[in-house]
Design a protein around this ligand. Structure first.
Ligand code: ZN
Length: 535
């Protein structure tokens, strides 16, 4: 026994000497090797999760949960290994010799931030939080259809407590939600999101009111019969046209659509079809394709490193939203695709004009369910949830009062209130599968960024809409790949936006986009408060 310890001490000393003597290039290679191991474990977990949500037989559930927990524990262990921290310390002076935007300097910088963040959270907390999340999710799956908020109350109370506890690992902070928001959006704070959202809310409320004062467009053309296979084939065809590479991806059916990545050579999307409604499958497939195109287009040299994915949740969402809404719900897009769609579904759409169809897919209405909401009211759903999250974290409202607070705010902002909690505070899974906080803001940040990026693309290549009308997406995709996609996580969201769009996050282009598009669709007066920029 003594002999073995002595031997391992000698090995450690030899290893320490070898590492100390290594050149920066050798240390960098060692860093990459360690990071590849972590991303390999994460990728294996992603594939298991994808399988769980697509083809796994029901009986695999319990074991799959255990396998996933094991992979995530192994990845966490490796990501907080003190030897990794030592390597990053050793490499710090080396970054001074490298250009800030080089792959190497970016890798050391981002890996260091990830390491510092990971090691602040004790493994015991992570295990406790995952167990609580799994129990809460299982309960929510039954409680939501049964409209049983009482069953979820203790789970949600625990989720709020866990979120507060998590925030403490990152103290001091200005607002208790800051560490949770920062985990999704580097550089973002509760105060900044609040300012952004209040500016947007002020602009949105009168737009929604003006639209709802107009007669509602007829969207009955979307409610015919649309065979599932044909819908999915058509969706994949459109996804391919906009840039989704099916040699490095595939589309499968699932219940709640998502994108899954194991490497830039394998980025899969999923969809769910409703045969009595055109739109659910198509727009969600386009949304997921937007996420997937981003992941497929990160520079190959960054693959398998912490730089090899999108910059943040909000920047990612900007790409799903850009392709789903700014492009996928635009008139020029359907000028190209509508004849093909009508040929695919002649019985359902044979007598519907392009204009009627375009109005139908852009119908704005006050509705209860966030995921079904249109482009204009969607953000009101998000802001309300963000406000409630802050109130719960600050202790200004208690979990037991959430259903009532939800109804009151829905009525105030969206102008409609749910009759039950199933369509109220139980509708989204976010608070019931993890910590309650930092979950929602990225959706609206994504919407705001999508318009800002599209505006920048149009300034660089004004022919983009005419090309889209011909079914050519090359110029837009090329601009996005060059200015956004290829960089992966090299830059923080604000840095990336300054590089790509010339300015950090700004609401003006998004408001201008909504005013112009919906002003035309609903014949609204074009003057009003806010920005007059147009895109
Ligand atoms: Zn998304």
């Amino acid at each position: 026994m003594v002999e073995e310890t002595e031997q391992s001490d000698i090995q450690k000393a030899v290893e320490a000497k070898r590492t100390k003597a290594a050149s920066p290039e050798q240390k960098l290679a060692e860093l990459k090797r360690r990071l590849l191991e972590i991303s390999g474990l994460t990728a294996a977990g992603s594939l298991l999760s994808w399988d769980q949500a697509t083809y796994m037989p029901k009986g695999g559930g319990a074991t799959r949960g255990r396998h996933l927990a094991l992979l995530s524990a192994l990845a966490h262990e490796k990501s907080i290994d003190p030897a990794l921290g030592k390597l990053l310390d050793d490499l710090l002076p080396y970054t001074d010799t490298l250009a800030y935007d080089s792959d190497e300097a970016s890798l050391i910088r981002v890996a260091r931030r990830d390491f510092e963040r990971a090691r602040k959270v004790p493994a015991g907390f992570t295990a406790r939080a995952s167990a609580a999340a799994a129990a809460s999710y299982d309960a929510w799956v039954c409680a939501r259809p049964q409209n049983d908020f009482a069953a979820m109350r203790p789970h949600l109370e625990e989720a709020v407590e866990l979120a507060r506890e998590y925030a403490e690992f990152f103290a001091p902070y200005e607002h208790i939600a800051d560490p949770l928001i920062e985990a999704a959006e580097e550089g973002m704070t509760a105060a900044r999101v609040r300012t952004l959202f209040s500016e947007l809310r002020r602009e949105l409320l009168p737009i929604v009111q003006a639209i709802c004062d107009q007669p509602a467009p007829d969207d009955s053309c979307l409610k015919g019969y649309f065979a599932e296979t044909a819908q999915l084939d058509f969706s994949l065809r459109a996804a391919r046209s906009i840039g989704y590479d099916t040699d490095r991806g595939r589309l499968d059916k699932t219940r709640h659509p998502f994108t899954s990545k194991t490497s830039s050579g394998d980025v899969r999307i999923t969809a769910r079809a409703n045969e009595n409604h055109f739109g659910d499958a198509f727009f969600s497939a386009l949304h997921e394709a937007g996420h997937a195109i981003y992941e497929q287009s990160v520079a190959p040299a960054l693959d398998g490193t912490p730089l090899g994915s999108g910059a943040s949740a909000g920047v990612h969402e900007s790409q799903s939203r850009l392709w789903e809404n700014l492009i996928g719900r635009s008139l020029v897009f359907w000028e190209h695709f509508y004849p093909l769609l009508r040929d695919t579904f002649p019985n359902a759409l044979g007598s519907t004009s392009l204009e009627t169809f375009y109005r139908a897919v852009n119908k704005v209405e006050r509705s209860l369910i966030r995921t079904d909401a249109d482009e204009v009211t969607y953000n009101l759903h998000i802001m309300m949830r963000f406000g409630l999250e802050l109130d719960l974290l600050e202790g200004r409202i208690e979990v037991k009062d959430l259903p009532e607070a939800w109804r009151a705010r829905m009525q105030e902002d969206v102008g409609i209130a749910p009759k039950d909690d199933r369509d109220g505070c139980l509708q989204d899974v976010h608070w019931y599968c993890g910590m309650a906080g930092g979950a929602f803001q990225s959706y609206t940040i994504g919407n705001i960024l999508s318009a800002q990026l599209y505006q920048a693309a149009l300034e660089a290549a004004p022919d983009i809409p005419r090309e889209i009308a011909r079914g050519d997406f090359g110029a837009l995709y090329g601009w996005l790949r060059e200015n956004l996609y290829r960089h992966g996580r090299k830059f923080k969201p604000d840095e990336l936006m300054i590089r790509a769009a010339g300015a950090p996050l700004s609401v003006a282009p998004y408001i201008a986009y909504l005013r112009k598009k919906y002003g035309e669709l609903y014949a609204l007066p074009q003057s009003g408060q806010g920005s007059k920029d147009s895109i």
